[in-house]
Design a protein around this ligand. Sequence first.
Ligand code: ATP
Length: 918
Amino acid sequence: MRQERVFFWFHSSSSAGGPVAVQITREVGASGRRFPIRLLLRARSAAAAMAENVELPARLAILPFRNKVLLPGAIVRIRCTSSYSVKLVEQELWQREEKGLIGVLPVRDAAEAAAVSSVLSTGSGTDSGYQSTKAPVDALDSQKQDGKNLEGHIHWHNRGVAARALHLSRGVEKPSGRVTYVVVLEGLCRFSVQELTSRGTYYTARVSRLDMTKSATAMELISILEQKQKTVGRTKVLLETVPVHRLADIFVASFEISFEEQLSMLDSVDLKVRLLKATELVDRHLQSIRVAEKITQKVEGQLSKSQKEFLLRQQMRAIKEELGDNDDDEDDIAALERKMQSAGMPPNVWKHAQRELRRLRKMQPQQPGYSSSRGYLELLADLPWQKASEELELDLRAAKERLDCDHYGLIKVKQRIIEYLAVRKLKPDVRGPVLCFVGPPGVGKTSLASSIAAALNRKFIRISLGGVKDEADIRGHRRTYIGSMPGRLIEGVKRVGVCNPVMLLDEIDKTGSDARGDPASALLEVLDPEQNKAFSDHYLNVPFDLSKVIFVATANRAQPIPPPLLDRMEVIELPGYTPEEKLKIAMRHLIPRVLDQHGLSSDFLKIPEAMVKLVIQRYTREAGVRNLERNLAALARAAAVRVAEQKCALPLTKEVQPVTSSLLGPRLAEGAEVEMVDIPMDVNGHEMSNTLRATSTIVVDEELLEKVLGPPRFDDRETAERVASPGVSIGLVWTSFGGEVQFVEATMMVGKGDLHLTGQLGDVIKESAQIALTWVRTRAVDLKLSAAGEKNLLDNRDIHIHFPAGAVPKDGPSAGVTLVTSLVSLFSQKKVRADTAMTGEMTLRGLVLPVGGVKDKVLAANRYGIKRVILPERNFKDLVEVPSSILAGMEILLAKRIEDVLEQAFEGGFPWRQQAKL
Ligand SMILES: Nc1ncnc2c1ncn2[C@@H]1O[C@H](COP(=O)(O)OP(=O)(O)OP(=O)(O)O)[C@@H](O)[C@H]1O
């Protein structure tokens, strides 16, 4: 058991008074366990008053304090274990009825005393000389030196303090049976030693009280002292209740001062001297506190806020570690904070993030909001607030080369892209229009956008908007929703990791609106350069700057795009490819890519041009090249299987040529030696490839084509078969897949003249059907469509018109003339020509209006092997777009009126000139 001193700092509320230290002594067990501190200040004030009236006996038993002074007013708790002190306490305090007084006398070793006495005796401010009594002591022990004897020569100080016991407790140690005491002593008044005598085991001294002398200056000093020590709480109570002349002792007792200073305080009997000394000590103490404060402030000032935070966090971490509270989660949060710090958020976002982080810190991981809060902060930390890919000086020639290298044809489109890039080069922060590539699937819209990104040395991200009907898909859900997420744009930016990517808004025409809001209006904000500087995502809840992003949009058709959105974009149309273009694309781009994707090279697989042509004609009927690419990939897969099989078979003999078991069989049967060859093979299998090169190159022929791709899916006989009966006509329409050939079938039965329409038709096409029927009915007589005497024939029949490919939704006005032709064919029972397709919108007056997508429509007819196309006359100028190679093999007929269409559509001229056969 040992003792330690504990200081309590009472801080003044005013700036003038510094902190006041109150010292308490407490015990520390052998194991290091600290016993609770009992603050005895309350007792002091009452005791201080009593000390004034204390009657000092002539003799006092003397308890020596080694290197320590007990001052009047101070309280100390000591543990007595030596026989000297135990005896003294037992006889003087324990066994007495009324609690007696004992004298506490400082002692020190003789050598030490000799060294200091000379200094002290001449020192100023001491009102009495330093005289020590030299006496041999056998066994002296005080509070600390348990079991240690004060042997040899020691110096007794000639002044001490009478003390009384405030508390006394007795203990018996087991198994030794040794008695110990714990005494709480309070210093009362000073005395001087007249004579020191040994009385059995301990000393007694004849003493005389040293009374202080009051002086006016002392009171003045006390008032200064009081000013300086404006304290709170218990210390204040102490100041108010303790007589002023005792304060000096009390304060000094609570300071950490040297033994010499303590002695000199003890020796200062005169109040004036004592207070002067106390003031000096208090001053010194205050100064040291102020200096310490100043230093701390200076250091604090130098530390930036974040450094300070870092230090505090480190401390907190250390404390938690000490408490065993430091789990992985804390580490995670610290890592998250580091990540947030390096994310480069703008100040307002950083503040917001800090607030959220503080919330997260207070939460337990099991708490419901924890993971959502964490996910949110992760997003904030992951978003590229500042991070951008470095834009190199744009080399237009290189960009052009890149576009040419990636894409065949598309000359106009590439030209427009180069113009766009040139403007960006001259004015990098230009708020140019958003490019929107419109065209059927597989014509290279996506790959063009990625080429733009490559040319600008920016990252590329594709955001699919197909089927997005909910505004929240674009803007995210508010965090109040369970499972809320950021919108696709913010998610995309997070994924790409830079704030200036090329962002492809794919299939912008496929967004729709419903009760859950309008995604197009959110897109308006995104595409508006004025607004996208502070794009607000509901989940993110803080603005994000999208102005550095280059947006490119794609759509299959421009028509469904809401006009305000279309207005913000520059539409670049990519029409479908002609068979020749497809062939070139396949030979130059698709085949090398497909071979590469399948780990093959042209040494293994050769697809001759003629075969590619066959694939285009017989296995695909599309505007783009996606299916073509798919079919080529199927060929490559089949080849890969063969090559892999050959790899297994080859090691049998090096003479195997070609590697087939049919050849190998007879040779082995003849008894030829089979020589085993080791074919060295590196990691990429190059050696193997070289060996195989000589042996087998698969060349695709018609047979292999059918084997792999199956029987041809399309041929030119289809149209002839489908228009084999009256009532069927061939139209050309424009769908999201580009130009298409659309058959229209009409039939009639006895009824009330109703019109039935089937085939997933939209409102516009339904209305076209009504218009067409009305047109035909009103002209039935002129057209000689009804038999004599059966004027109302058409009124007594129900008409059913069906558009095959019933699963595909259809809409648009350009089926008008096709519908009329189909009805006329039905009523006249004449077949339309199988080699003729038509397109054109009609009105009730019968005019054929110009239509859009002429090039695509002509290309579609070409794909179906249709040789004649009837177009409204006004579409004449659009024919320039149609490649001459296509036009060369076709007959384009221009119609001014519907009658012109009818005249061309039927075999043998005008059907209405003949008698209708109903
Ligand atoms: N002119 C071309 N030159 C070379 N390759 C092309 C060309 N046009 C298309 N391709 C290739 O065809 C494939 C399909 O193109 P892409 O995915 O860009 O089509 P898309 O028009 O974006 O289709 P979707 O509308 O379905 O998104 C890609 O592999 C692309 O490289």
